[in-house]
Design a protein around this ligand. Structure first.
Ligand code: F6R
Length: 266
């Protein structure tokens, strides 16, 4: 880890830790999550996690599954809320985020099935806005999100809050950016098969979490990550709103850190 330069602290507006590999960083995040779950479990209290999908958090989920199997980490009192879901996809669709979560985490730990919630992409259009309000209400009734895990899209999105999303946006139906759809094209065997809309938690919903981890791996994320961390806050780059959060933490590998000023102008 190398996050101690005074210059870096001046330019980086979110505390940023650089790790040699995504695996190392993922293990750190999984351990932090596990520590919170263990101390809550010991008090008889539940832990509420906000979860992301995509390639970024898979190492964290793999490590959490390992901690469950090898160190008896129990998810029996954990509740999870996922950030987003493609609109029109149900949990039986292999590219749905519900199916993704089942494959990567829920089927591997002892979380009760009704405690692991992913937005429902099959809600009829006329019921979406009431559904989104009920999603927000469920998070509040669970006590709010203790730890939110985030990736970043090349548009600067967090969740599916594309450029133009406001600081106070809440869970809602959104249209995906062309770049986001292009990035998902491979998973759907062609851009024309990528759903155009999604249900996503809002920027405001994300900022309400008590602790946030934003993760980014690899060269394709380097430019947008540097802007999110170093440029001024703007709706044009929704991840930059994390600069307003008092416990947001960025963890990156060396490749994703390459465009940070401390690397470009050491
Ligand atoms: C996924 C999500 C998105 C992704 C982002 C990065 O639930 O909310 O914001 O985190 O698009 O995707 P990957 O990790 O596939 O590069």
């Amino acid at each position: 880890m190398n996050d101690d330069s005074a210059d870096a602290n001046l330019r980086e507006r979110i505390p940023t830790a650089i790790y040699s590999t995504a695996k190392d960083a993922s293990a750190v995040v999984a351990r932090e999550i596990s520590d919170v779950i263990c101390s809550r479990n010991a008090e008889g209290n539940s832990t509420v996690l906000g979860l992301a999908t995509g390639s970024t958090p898979t190492g964290v989920y793999q490590e959490l599954a390992r901690l469950h199997k090898e160190e008896s980490l129990s998810f029996a009192k954990v509740r999870t809320f996922n950030l987003d879901e493609y609109y029109g996809l149900g949990p039986t669709h292999p590219e749905s985020y519900a199916a993704f979560m089942e494959r990567h985490l829920f089927s591997k730990v002892d979380i009760p099935s009704d405690a692991a919630v992913v937005p429902d992409g099959t809600v009829p259009r006329e019921e979406v806005s009431a559904y989104c309000e009920s999603y927000e209400k469920s998070i509040l009734e669970a006590g709010g999100i203790d730890i939110q895990v985030l990736g970043i899209g090349r548009t600067g999105h967090i969740g599916f809050n594309e450029p133009g999303s406001g600081r106070d946006s809440r869970t809602r139906l959104v249209e995906l950016d062309a770049l986001t759809r292009a990035d998902a094209a491979q998973d759907f065997l062609g851009e024309e098969n990528v759903p155009p809309y999604a249900i996503t938690m809002g920027v405001g919903t994300i900022l309400d979490a008590r602790k946030v981890f934003l993760l980014a791996w690899g060269t394709p994320k380097a430019a947008i990550l540097a802007k999110a961390v170093e440029d001024s806050i703007s709706e044009a780059l929704p991840a930059s709103f994390l600069q307003e959060h008092k416990d947001a933490n960025v963890l990156v590998d060396e490749a994703a850190a390459a465009e940070l000023s401390r690397h470009r102008h050491p």
